[in-house]
Design a binder for this molecule. Structure first.
Ligand SMILES: Nc1ncnc2c1ncn2[C@@H]1O[C@H](COP(=O)(O)OP(=O)(O)OP(=O)(O)O)[C@@H](O)[C@H]1O
Ligand SMILES: [Mg+2]
Length: 418
C-alpha cells in the first residue's frame, strides 16, 4: 500500500506532535483528534496530487525521450541520404568547413584524385579561389592544371553555402575535368592555324607573281609564261588542299555511321591500281590478290580513296624506281582482330619512316619531311583521310616501317556478315 506508507511518512511528524500535546494535557482530546484527522486528510490529498503530477511528468519525459530517439534516427537517415546523393554525383565534390579545411569529399572526388588529393588541396590557384569566395561571399572559379600522374585540366568552382549546413559545411568545391575539352580546343585552334598557314604560302606566292607580272615582267613574255606556270601549280595546290579539307570534314561528319554497302575488294583494288597506270611504268606496281577473298561492308568510293592515297604515298616517298606491292588477303594471325577480316597492304622499298614519327603520321598536316612532301605536291592530309575512313569502317590501320627498309601500310576491314 504505497499511499498508506507514504501518508505514514508524510503525516507522522504533525500527528505525533498533536499526540504529544494531547498526552501532556495541553490539548483536549476532541481538537487533537480533529487536528490529526485534518493532517492525515491534507497529507493524503497532497500525496495523491503529487502522484498524479509525477505520473504526468514521467509520461512527458517518456514522450520526449521517444521524440529525441526519432529525431536522432531522422538525422542519421538524412546524413546517409546526403552522403548517397553526394556519392552519386558524377563530378568530384569537396566540402569545406568554416576554417577553410576540407571536411568531406564524395566518391567521384576520391576516385579522381585519390592519393593526389593533398596536392589538389594545396594548389595555390584553388586556395586563392577559396579565399576569394570567403572574402567576397560570391562564387569563384579557378582553372588548375594537375601535372601528375597524367596532366589534367580541372576547373574548380567554389560556392559558399548560406546558411551553413548543420554539419558545419560552409563551402562546396566542384572539380570538373576539362582535359578533353581543352585538348579538343587546342586541336581545333592548331588545325585552324595549320590550315591557314598551308593556304597562305601558295596564296602569297600567287600574289607575288601577279605583282611581278604587272610590273617588272609586264613586257617579258618568256618570264610571263614561266610565272603563269608556277601560278597555275600553286592555285591547283590550294584547290587540292581545300578539296582534301572538305573531304575530311565530310568523312568526319558521318564517321559514327558505318557504311552499309557490300564491296568486292578484289575488283576495287584492281580498278584503283589500273588508275595509276599512267604514272607507273609497267612492272612497278605488283598486285597479289588471294583467291576467294570474302566481301567486306564498306563504302566503295571511300575505300578507293584509302588505297589511292596509300599508293600515291608509296610512289612519292618510295624508292625512285622501286617496286610497290599491293596485297589483298584474308586476315590471319594474332596481330589482327579475332573477327573475320580482310587485309589490304601497300608496301614500298623506300627509305622508311623513323620510329618517332610513326604515332603522329595520321595527324592532319603532319609530314616527316615538309620540304619533300610540299615538293611532291602533298598537303599532309592523305593519311588523316585514310585514318578517318578506316575508323568509319570500324577497321584498323597498321604502319610498319624501319629506316632504310621501306614501309608497309596495312588496312584491316571486317568481312560482310551473312
Ligand atoms: N610510304 C611512305 N614512306 C615514307 N614516308 C611516308 C610514306 N607515306 C607517308 N609518309 C610520310 O607521312 C607524311 C604524311 O603523309 P600524308 O599522305 O598524310 O601526306 P602527304 O603525302 O604529305 O600529302 P597528301 O597525301 O595530302 O598529298 C608524308 O609527308 C611523309 O613524310
Ligand atoms: Mg599522301
Amino acid at each position: 500500500m504505497p499511499v498508506v506508507q507514504r501518508l505514514a511518512g508524510f503525516a507522522a511528524v504533525p500527528v505525533a506532535a498533536i499526540a504529544l500535546l494531547w498526552a501532556f494535557g495541553w490539548l483536549a482530546a476532541a481538537p487533537s483528534a480533529l487536528a490529526a484527522g485534518a493532517c492525515l486528510a491534507s497529507g493524503g490529498a497532497a500525496i495523491l496530487l503529487l502522484r498524479r503530477d509525477l505520473r504526468r511528468l514521467a509520461a512527458g519525459i517518456d514522450r520526449q525521450g521517444r521524440r529525441f530517439d526519432a529525431l536522432a534516427a531522422d538525422a542519421a537517415a538524412a546524413r546517409r541520404a546526403s552522403e548517397t546523393i553526394l556519392d552519386s554525383l558524377p563530378d568530384p565534390l569537396l566540402l569545406f568547413g568554416a576554417d577553410r579545411t576540407m571536411q568531406r569529399s564524395n566518391a567521384a572526388a576520391r576516385a579522381a584524385f585519390g592519393t593526389e588529393m593533398a596536392a589538389v588541396l594545396r594548389h595555390p590557384l584553388l586556395r586563392g579561389a577559396i579565399d576569394r569566395a570567403f572574402a567576397t561571399r560570391q562564387a569563384q572559379t579557378a582553372d588548375i592544371t594537375l601535372p601528375v600522374p597524367v596532366p589534367r585540366d580541372v576547373q574548380a568552382s567554389v560556392m559558399l553555402l548560406d546558411p551553413v549546413l548543420p554539419d558545419g559545411t560552409t563551402a562546396l568545391v566542384v572539380l570538373s575535368d576539362r582535359t578533353r575539352e581543352r585538348a579538343v580546343e587546342r586541336m581545333r585552334s592548331d588545325f585552324v592555324t595549320s590550315a591557314s598557314h598551308e593556304l597562305r604560302t601558295p596564296l602569297a606566292s600567287v600574289i607575288g607573281f601577279i605583282e611581278t607580272l604587272r610590273g617588272p615582267a609586264a613586257d617579258d613574255p618568256p618570264a610571263q609564261r614561266r610565272f603563269l606556270g608556277i601560278m597555275a601549280e600553286q592555285a591547283s595546290r590550294m584547290h587540292r588542299l581545300i578539296d582534301d579539307l572538305l573531304s575530311l570534314s565530310r568523312i568526319e561528319l558521318n564517321e559514327h555511321l558505318p557504311p552499309a554497302e557490300r564491296v568486292d575488294l578484289a575488283r576495287l583494288v584492281r580498278s584503283v591500281a589500273a588508275g595509276f597506270e599512267p604514272r607507273l611504268p609497267a612492272g612497278r606496281l605488283n598486285l597479289e590478290i588471294a583467291p576467294e577473298v570474302p566481301e567486306v561492308t564498306g563504302d566503295a568510293d571511300q575505300l578507293a580513296q584509302v588505297f589511292g592515297n596509300l599508293i600515291d604515298n608509296a610512289i612519292k616517298y618510295g624508292a625512285e624506281h622501286g617496286e610497290i606491292r599491293l596485297r589483298l588477303r584474308p586476315a590471319a594471325g594474332p596481330r589482327w582482330p579475332a573477327r573475320p577480316g580482310v587485309v589490304v597492304s601497300v608496301a614500298d622499298d623506300g627509305p622508311g619512316i623513323p620510329r618517332q614519327h610513326l604515332a603522329r603520321l595520321t595527324e592532319r598536316f603532319y609530314r616527316v619531311d615538309k620540304a619533300r612532301s610540299r615538293g611532291a605536291g602533298g598537303t599532309g592530309l592523305g593519311l588523316a583521310i585514310v585514318k578517318h575512313i578506316v575508323n568509319r569502317h570500324r577497321g584498323q590501320l597498321v604502319i610498319d616501317s624501319e629506316e632504310g627498309n621501306g614501309s608497309v601500310f596495312s588496312v584491316w576491314l571486317p568481312v560482310a556478315e551473312g
